[in-house]
Ligand binder design. Structure first.
Ligand SMILES: *Cc1c(COP(=O)(O)O)cnc(C)c1O
Length: 426
């Protein structure tokens, strides 16, 4: 096998096209290097990364502290399986549970696996603690959810592209409208076998839908009233992305001053992934307190790679970086600036209808039909102008840069985005 060093973008794309399954539709850019908020293509062109690998790279590309921890651990011990103990996992579990204020953590690798874990945990709790009749447990989910790609998870998706011809589907899920407390209460009232409510604090993949003020707290209160578990999927919104350590954070563990005063929404089960490793390695986790996590006994669940020493070392470093560099605070402040600056442009333009989001998880709504290629064309033009972003759901463009961005860089990006959008004014 020859070394790939001299490959051109065209050749790299042709290779993937010919030898890889076509399960994505990437922007035609071939990246070969990343540092902080920047990535470079194989021809050496530099870009601002405004996707951050779907919010996995919150700490910036190739953060030296995270890479350093990973390299050190990789040279020491990579994998033991959970058949034996390793000397890093416990430290990671202690650090993460103290950070997020839960008794226990169950480590997995990908976000989808962590969601599956949470679903299994919720069902087992419902049978063994709540006393639901065997095989009757229902979990409430929201319309337009995105929780991953496994057969069970796509069973409760309503995206036809993600679902079609992958049946038969897993039973036991009930779908209600997002951001609708009445719908939740009705579902809880009319069904006696509800075990949990699985929700994204902001629906990222659906197009960065921020629910109304008080929705999460209201949902949590309803869950308590009906003795069902509130399960927060913070795979995308967690780890400082939305300007707080967690999007569900109120007066919680985070040292971020912007948290105080907001109502605390403490999930019964918290799902983390993506930025839990800063994008260096697949690391995911489910957190819960003892009365819930205690239902999991040896042999009930597991993963060969879950909790491996590299993942544990990387997870510790990734959380350290979030705290040391005050990335929640930075995301909060830059997010306000981003929406204010874009908002000024939107007031007097025709191409964008709105900007929305929290912290540095934002999206703009393009003024065109869902079937139009305008959002894609804008992303192609943004690429030409040195900024990488991707449409989500046709006419929505998500903007989620690494949180290590500076104010000057953000303003530079705003001017690239505005200049590009102006090319599309009608
Ligand atoms: C990305 C994502 C997942 C799935 O994570 P994978 O690592 O891709 O399996 C689950 N939930 C949410 C909210 C996500 O954004």
């Amino acid at each position: 096998m020859s070394i790939l060093e001299k490959i051109t973008s065209e050749d790299a794309i042709a290779l993937e096209d010919k030898y890889g399954a076509h399960n994505y539709h990437p922007l035609p850019v071939v990246l070969s290097k990343g540092e902080g908020v920047f990535v470079w293509d194989v021809e050496g062109k530099k870009y601002y990364d405004f996707l951050s690998a779907y919010s996995a790279v919150n700490q910036g590309h190739c953060h030296p502290k995270i890479v350093g921890a990973m390299v050190h651990q990789a040279q020491t011990l990579t994998l033991t399986s959970r058949a034996f103990y390793n000397d890093v996992l416990g430290t990671f579990e202690k650090y993460a549970t103290e950070t997020f204020k839960f008794d226990k953590l169950l480590p997995m690798n990908t976000g989808a696996e962590a969601v599956e874990t949470a679903l299994k945990l919720c069902r087992k709790w419902a049978y063994e603690k709540k006393g639901l009749p065997e095989n009757k447990a229902q979990i409430i989910v929201c319309e337009n959810n995105f929780h991953g790609r496994t057969t069970t998870i796509i069973s409760f998706s309503n995206d036809p592209v993600a679902r079609k011809n992958f049946g038969p589907y897993t039973e036991g899920f009930l779908k209600i409208e997002y951001d609708n407390l009445k719908a939740l209460e009705e579902a809880l009232e009319t069904n006696s076998n509800i075990a949990g409510f699985l929700v994204e604090p902001i629906q990222g993949e659906a197009g960065v839908y921020v629910p109304s003020e008080g929705y999460l707290a209201g949902a949590k209160a309803l869950c308590e009233k009906y003795n069902v578990l509130f399960i927060a999927d913070e795979v995308q919104t967690g780890i400082a992305r939305t300007g707080r350590l967690l999007a569900t954070c109120g007066n919680c563990s985070c040292t971020d001053k912007h948290c105080s005063g907001t109502p605390e929404v403490k999930p019964d089960i918290l799902i983390l992934g993506k930025a839990l490793s800063g994008g260096a390695y697949p690391v995911s986790a489910v957190l819960a307190n003892d009365e819930i996590m205690g239902v999991i006994k040896p042999g009930n669940h597991g993963s060969t790679f879950g909790g491996n020493p590299i993942a544990a070392a990387v997870g510790i470093a990734a959380l350290d970086v979030i705290k040391e560099e005050e990335l929640a605070k930075n995301a909060f402040e830059l997010g306000e600036l981003f929406r204010t600056e874009l908002g000024k442009f939107i007031e007097r333009c025709t191409i964008v209808n709105a900007v929305r989001g929290k912290g540095l998880l934002n999206a703009i709504l393009i003024n065109d039909t869902e079937e139009s290629s305008t959002a894609w064309d804008i992303c192609m033009a943004l690429k030409e102008n040195g900024l990488l972003a991707k449409p989500t759901h046709c006419n929505i463009i998500r903007f989620a840069p690494p949180l290590v961005m500076t104010k000057d860089q953000l303003l530079d990006c705003v001017s690239i985005i505005i200049k590009t959008l102006q090319q599309f004014e009608k």
